[in-house]
Design a protein around this ligand. Structure first.
Ligand code: NCD
Length: 304
């Protein structure tokens, strides 16, 4: 039985097959409408979510399956002190597959060890968010046509942003990648990531100003400052509006640069950018449904 904890759990070839399946789903949804009839997805969310939980639920419903679960730790037995290991043993009696989000790094992995059903990490603290990465990769592959030979700028909270950590991990396996990390000093990318890039001889730069680097980018990945992971509110308030991408700054960007954002956005992208054809973050959310449909089929080993 396979789980998904980290984007590296799939080989590059397996990811290619997953994305081919997601594109086929995009082009022919009716073909998949009953693929998961009789199957149940449990969404166990111990942390807030809109897109991830609802896109998982939409994915399972689109496949003809059903969903059950909780969206708040206080409405589950976690509030009574139950461990994730016990909870997943119970969920395994009720559902065929589980998507779990948890504020503690590694909690979905602990659950997977005791689980009778595939567990998908839907975000664990500031650590990893593999299904957002699958969404990001599918968006880039579908709209740029390839995942190699790209210069990608990641901007904002590179310290706490789990989507950033997962995406760099995944992209570091493709040829010709170059990373530009754009953040204030306090929110720099963790050392373990730059060490990994150096060990693999992958070029990267760390800068503070966004405008200077825009002309070089194929992809700009904007992120929200992760309020919930700060220890003190003053630091958050000081840093939260450090970057605001607006129409004026977009004038520095190449005509074919894509702007991605895992969402939710707070102030880091002005709404006047939304109509720019290079702003693809809402399309990205749609790709999130196709890729989660493909993932559910793959982990349940269903071939429609
Ligand atoms: C992200 C997350 O939860 O890490 N959201 C999402 O799943 N699309 C990004 C964020 O919350 O900033």
């Amino acid at each position: 039985m396979r789980h998904l904890m980290n984007p590296l759990d799939f080989t590059v070839e397996e990811l290619d097959r997953l994305f081919d399946l997601a594109n086929d789903i995009e082009n022919d949804m009716p073909k998949y409408a009953h693929a998961c009839a009789g199957k149940k997805l449990a969404t166990c969310f111990y942390e807030p979510s809109t897109r991830t939980r609802l896109s998982f639920e939409a994915a399972m419903l689109n496949l003809g399956g059903s969903v059950l679960g909780f969206s708040d730790a206080n409405s589950s037995s976690a509030a009574k002190g139950e461990s994730v290991s016990d909870t997943i043993r119970i969920i395994s009696c009720y559902a065929d597959i589980c998507a779990m989000r948890h504020p503690k790094e590694g909690a979905p992995m602990v659950a997977a060890e005791k689980s009778g059903i595939p567990v998908i990490n839907a975000g664990d603290g500031g650590h990893q968010h593999p299904t957002q990465t699958l969404t990001d990769l599918l968006t880039i592959r579908s709209l740029r046509g390839h995942l190699d030979h790209l210069t990608i700028g990641l901007c904002g909270d590179l310290k706490f942003g789990r989507t950033v950590h997962s995406l760099i991990n995944a992209l570091s396996r493709y040829e010709g990648m170059r990373f530009i990390f754009i953040s204030p000093d306090e929110l720099r990318i963790p050392d373990y990531i730059t060490e990994m890039l150096r060990a693999k001889d992958i070029p990267y730069e760390e800068v503070i100003r966004l405008e200077d680097k825009m002309p070089e980018l194929d992809i700009l990945y904007m992120t929200r400052v992760q309020k919930e992971r700060f220890f003190n509110e003053e630091d958050y308030i000081r840093l939260k509006d450090f970057y605001i991408l607006d129409r004026k700054k977009m004038q520095h960007a190449p005509q074919d640069m894509l702007v991605l954002h895992p969402l939710p956005r707070v102030n880091e992208i002005s709404t006047d950018v939304d109509d720019d054809p290079r702003a693809v973050y809402f399309k990205q959310a749609q790709y999130g449904v196709y890729v989660r449909m493909a993932l559910i089929l793959t982990l349940l080993q269903i071939q429609p």
